[in-house]
Write a protein that binds this ligand. Structure first.
Ligand SMILES: *Cc1c(COP(=O)(O)O)cnc(C)c1O
Length: 387
């Protein structure tokens, strides 16, 4: 039987059994609307309070009511940017980075349509934003700086404290997309100095369709979703109670598993990466010179296409990704790798492996056994590879 080696945890993750167990009653008996007055709705309302406390604890928020629940990481990112702009009507400029996830990156075009200017910060060859450019890009009418905490394609970690310090000195709010940072690195909004932070359930072993946005108390923000008074009027719409309960549990587990992530998962990733680079000639690590999340490796295999590698790996039962899942399907090479100055052919040949607490040594053994012959076979067929 073909095994399933899931090494695409930056695209989505398996829901933890503990999470399923905790959310299940809210899919069945406990279906009350948490906004209702009667006693029957108290259990879901209370469960949401617990979830909010757990999310707040994971990110180091001062108070649970600084957390609002959203439908996904994308909504959190959109709400952070549009919610800040809407609260500051005289500000017309937003600073983003050129390696953001599409949930932020693609806002640039929309913002321009709405009459805002955007500055896209360049990054160095390791994917780190240019801090001098940041300091010189903040004007009187700058509403927000948004730079991700950790990159989904390469795992590269941003210098969030330095970015926050520059924003603080200039009096501008700092939002960070921490979807790929939470559960993989210690994340503390107060130490980091961020006013807004996004996270997503399905990247940390909760189901798809739930996320959260941290909004520091006192931060100017207007709701992105308008309607009822849920979430203290900051995000309308009847709450996804099962999803929120799941996210809370996933955050509690993420804290408990952080040590495993930074030791065991990191060791698995390091061995996977080392062995691939040693066994496959003309393979190159992307972002290897930077501080990275412990679970992610992005490797380019010269002369061949990442998509072809994925298909052959799929036949062998291995799930990985080329660039980010959101951009595969289009033939555009990853904007992240291009921004880092990776040549276009190498950007096309990149494969990302991303591990989780559920990966084992046997998974790594399997990949390092199957991958080199796949690369060799594809290069035999490639008109570009030297023979
Ligand atoms: C997955 C991801 C998102 C989007 O989250 P969804 O919940 O899928 O909308 C945003 N930012 C980063 C860095 C991500 O990896």
């Amino acid at each position: 039987m073909k095994p399933l080696i899931y090494a695409d945890n930056n695209a989505t993750t398996r829901v933890a059994p503990e999470v399923v167990h905790e959310m299940l009653p809210f899919c069945t008996e406990q279906y009350g609307n948490p906004s209702s007055m009667y006693a029957f709705a108290q259990a879901p309302a209370k469960a949401m309070d617990t979830a909010r406390e757990r999310v707040a604890a994971l990110v180091g928020a001062e108070r649970p009511d600084e957390i609002i629940f959203t439908s996904c990481g994308t909504e959190s990112d959109n709400a952070a940017v549009f919610g800040t702009l809407a609260a500051l009507p005289d500000k017309k400029h937003v600073v983003l980075s050129s390696v953001e996830h599409p949930a932020v990156y693609n806002l640039a075009e929309t913002l321009q349509h709405r009459g805002c200017r955007t500055t896209m910060l360049r990054v160095d060859s390791q994917g780190i934003v240019d801090l001098d450019q940041l300091a010189n890009s903040i004007w009187d009418d700058t509403a927000l700086v948004s730079v991700m905490w950790a990159n989904n394609e390469t795992g590269v970690v941003s210098p969030v404290k330095e970015i926050a310090a520059i924003c603080r000195a200039k009096g501008v709010a700092f939002h960070t997309d921490a979807v790929q940072a939470v559960g993989k690195l210690p994340v503390n909004v107060r130490e980091a100095g961020a006013q807004l932070l996004s996270l997503s359930g399905h990247k940390i072993h909760a189901p798809k369709g739930v996320g959260a946005l941290y909004i520091k108390r006192g931060t100017r923000f207007r709701p992105f979703f308008v309607g009822g008074h849920q979430e203290h009027g900051r995000r309308a719409g009847t709450e996804n109670v099962p999803g929120i309960v799941a996210l809370g549990k996933a955050c509690e587990l993420a804290a408990a598993y952080l040590q495993d992530e930074v030791t065991r998962v990191r060791a698995l990733r390091d061995r996977l990466e080392r062995e691939i680079l040693a066994r496959v000639p003309d393979s190159f690590l992307n972002g290897g010179g930077a501080d990275r999340t412990p679970n992610t490796t992005s490797i380019s295999f010269e002369y061949i296409e990442g998509e072809a590698i994925l298909l052959y790996m799929s036949d062998a039962g291995i799930c990985a990704s080329s660039g980010s899942a959101c951009t595969s399907g289009s033939l555009e090479p990853s904007h992240v790798l291009r921004a880092m100055g990776v040549p276009i052919e190498l950007a096309h040949s990149a494969v990302r492996f991303s591990l989780s607490r559920y990966n084992t040594d046997a998974d790594v053994d399997y990949i390092i056994d199957k991958l080199p012959p796949i690369i060799a076979r594809l290069r035999e067929m490639s008109p570009f590879a030297p023979k």
